[in-house]
Structures are given as structure tokens and as C-alpha cells.
Design a protein around this ligand. Structure first.
Ligand SMILES: Nc1ncnc2c1ncn2[C@@H]1O[C@H](COP(=O)(O)OP(=O)(O)OP(=O)(O)O)[C@@H](O)[C@H]1O
Length: 344
């Protein structure tokens, strides 16, 4: 779903580098240089209100780091992230409290993120205590409402997390995330730890909540079948950068970047369309020694000399859907619109 309003989330040239150097003394004695791992390196995109943008890519491409940047769990090394026009650099300061309420995160492992010694009612009420001036009775009523919204019974508030199944625990995490009425949810592989049969139930609840509450989602997943089920737009990440971003149907039916094509051809079957199954070829390179030029070139069937020398930037493609792709081979074809992408 898209609207005419300004995007809720705007990410411009975001980067997060991790210092993975040897300890200072060892470096001084051995003369080893400082080493930075560029987990996210120059990512731009926006998310409209009520929309789900999914980020996909193989393990280690920087999806979780991007998720954490968006909720302020990591500071930016470079770039800017704005939520409703407000920079998230204010999150840590006293002015950040109001903004913090508007963003929540759901993690992969609901058990690890729920305190096993607390009853569910206390777990869900915790953010209400921290962020609102509700009375205990008001908090209790809100907990009942939240449990009902995620398809659980208000009586479940008396129970402990271990008394629930994995899918029910993730519903509890969602109820807790929704307690303070956020607008933007960052969901990092929210169903990856669940059985396939339960995944669809949790995804459908998330979609219903989005529709009913007008939520905006950033959805992280390595599973393209899941992404196909939930996303409005999809960004494909490779070694810390977005290589293609497009509306969901455009991306799945007409992928442009060779890496996107490789990922899609590895999906067993999307909603009965019977896509052929070709395993993803090669491995993601060591991020500490990324290949020169386009970092995908060692795995790319279309790679040419230019790709080894020069990193491509995102460009807008002609046609519907505002697809943006970073690839020299696509850039040199007729479909290129000759305008560098401003976001995405
Ligand atoms: N705190 C950290 N310190 C050093 N390196 C890190 C840190 N967090 C992530 N990395 C590295 O950054 C890169 C991106 O990691 P990230 O977890 O964001 O990728 P991902 O796409 O979410 O992968 P996965 O699905 O396996 O979690 C990886 O090479 C990872 O080893």
C-alpha cells in the first residue's frame, strides 16, 4: 500500500562500520593496521506510511545491522535516518523519548527476548510502565486488549513464556511491541525460528495488525517465499549495499540484477508459479576483503572488465514500479533512464 504523503522512514547513505582490529597494544607492537568491517556501507531507501519494505539477501549482507540502525541500537558511522522528518540521532537524548515510542523491534527468537521469570501480563505491561502514565488498572485493560489483538486469551497474562508454543511466544512479543502504539515496526526474521505451518499464521496476524492499526514495517528475511507473502517493496542487499529495490511483483516477475535473479531462481515455488530451482552459486566473499569494483563480480555470469574496476551506483530503470538497480550490465542496456537514483 502506498500513499501520497511524505515517507515515514527516510534512510540516506547509511553506513555502519565495525572496528574489528586487534587490541590497541597488539597493533602498536606488531604494526598491524586498523581494520574496519563495512557491515552497511551507503544504503538509501524510504518507506511510505502503511507500507512493508522487505530487505533480503544471504547471511552476512548487513540486514540485521540495518535493522538495528533504524531503531537506534547502533549509531551510524555515516549518513542519516529520519522517522517522520525527525533524525534518529536524537533517540539517545532526552528529546528522544517520544520518538522511541514510535519505533519498536521484533526479534527472531521470541523466547530469548521474553523474560522467562515474568508472567506474560508483566512482560506486555513493561513498556506501558516505562512510556506512559497509565494506572495499573488501565495497564491491565490494555494488556487484555493487546492479547486479544494478537489472537490470544486475556487469561494468558497469568502464564509464563515457557507455557506457550513458539508461534504464541512470537504473538506475545508482537503484543509487547504494540503496547505503546508505535507507527513503525522493524521485524528481524520474525518467523524464521518457527515451524513452517506456524509461520503463515504469525505473518497473517502481522498483516491484519498492519491494516487495522496503519503500521509501517521494515521486514528482514533471508526467505524469499516469506517476503513474497508480506512485502509491498523489496530491497536486495549484497555485502552491505542495496543492489536492487523494486515493487514486489516487479522484483519477483522481472528481476534485473544478476544477484536478484540468482536468489529468485533458487526459490522452490512461489504460490504455485513453479519457478525452477537452481541453487545459489558461489559464496558471499569475506567482508573484510571485499572484491574490487562491483563486489558481486566474482559470482556474476555477466561480469566484464568494468565490473572488476568500478562499483556501480543505483540507477532508475524505465517502466513502471520505479525499479532501481546497481549493475553495469543493466546500465549499459536500453532500459536505463540516465538518472542516478536519489533514494533507494
Ligand atoms: N557487532 C559486530 N561486530 C563486528 N562485526 C559485526 C557485528 N555485527 C555484525 N557484524 C558483521 O557485519 C556483517 C553483516 O552482519 P549482519 O548480521 O548485519 O548480516 P545479516 O544479513 O543480518 O546476516 P544474518 O542473516 O546471518 O544475521 C557480517 O559480516 C557480520 O559478521
Amino acid at each position: 500500500m502506498t500513499t501520497n504523503q511524505a515517507p515515514l522512514v527516510e534512510v540516506k547513505d547509511a553506513a555502519r562500520w565495525f572496528d574489528v582490529s586487534a587490541p590497541w597494544l597488539e597493533r602498536v607492537l606488531s604494526g598491524k593496521p586498523r581494520i574496519m568491517l563495512r557491515a552497511v556501507d551507503g544504503v538509501s531507501f524510504s518507506i511510505n506510511r502503511g507500507e512493508t519494505l522487505a530487505l533480503v539477501g544471504e547471511s552476512g549482507c548487513g540486514k540485521s545491522t540495518m535493522a538495528r540502525l533504524l531503531v537506534g541500537l547502533y549509531p551510524l558511522t555515516r549518513g542519516e535516518i529520519k522517522i517522520d522528518g525527525e533524525s534518529i540521532s536524537t533517540l539517545q537524548g532526552p528529546k528522544g523519548k517520544a520518538l522511541r515510542k514510535r519505533l519498536q523491534m521484533i526479534f527472531q527468537d521470541p523466547y530469548a527476548s521474553l523474560n522467562p521469570r515474568w508472567r506474560v501480563g508483566r512482560i506486555i505491561a513493561e513498556p506501558l510502565k516505562a512510556h506512559t502514565s497509565m494506572t495499573v488498572a488501565e495497564q491491565d485493560a490494555r494488556v487484555d486488549e493487546l492479547l486479544t489483538q494478537v489472537g490470544l486469551d486475556p487469561a494468558d497474562k497469568q502464564r509464563y513464556p515457557h507455557q506457550f508454543s513458539g508461534g504464541q511466544r512470537q504473538r506475545i512479543s508482537i503484543a509487547r511491541a504494540l503496547a505503546v502504539k508505535p507507527e513503525f515496526l522493524v521485524c528481524d526474521e520474525p518467523t524464521s525460528a518457527l515451524d513452517v505451518s506456524v509461520q503463515a499464521q504469525v505473518l497473517n496476524i502481522m498483516k491484519d495488525l498492519q491494516r487495522n492499526l496503519g503500521l509501517t514495517y521494515l521486514f528482514i528475511s533471508h526467505n524469499l517465499a516469506v517476503v513474497h507473502h508480506v512485502a509491498d517493496r523489496v530491497g536486495v542487499m549484497y555485502l552491505g549495499r542495496i543492489v536492487e529495490i523494486a515493487e514486489r511483483d516487479q522484483l519477483f516477475e522481472n528481476p534485473r540484477h544478476p544477484y536478484t535473479k540468482m536468489l529468485i531462481s533458487a526459490i522452490p515455488d512461489i504460490e504455485g508459479k513453479g519457478a525452477s530451482r537452481t541453487p545459489v552459486a558461489g559464496e558471499v566473499p569475506n567482508p573484510l576483503q571485499p572484491p574490487s569494483g562491483c563486489t558481486f563480480h566474482p559470482r556474476c555470469p555477466l561480469a566484464r572488465d568494468l565490473c572488476k574496476q568500478l562499483a556501480p551506483t543505483l540507477i532508475n530503470l524505465q517502466g513502471p514500479g520505479q525499479t532501481q538497480v546497481a549493475c553495469h550490465a543493466v546500465e549499459q542496456s536500453w532500459e536505463y533512464e540516465a538518472t542516478p537514483a536519489t533514494t533507494g
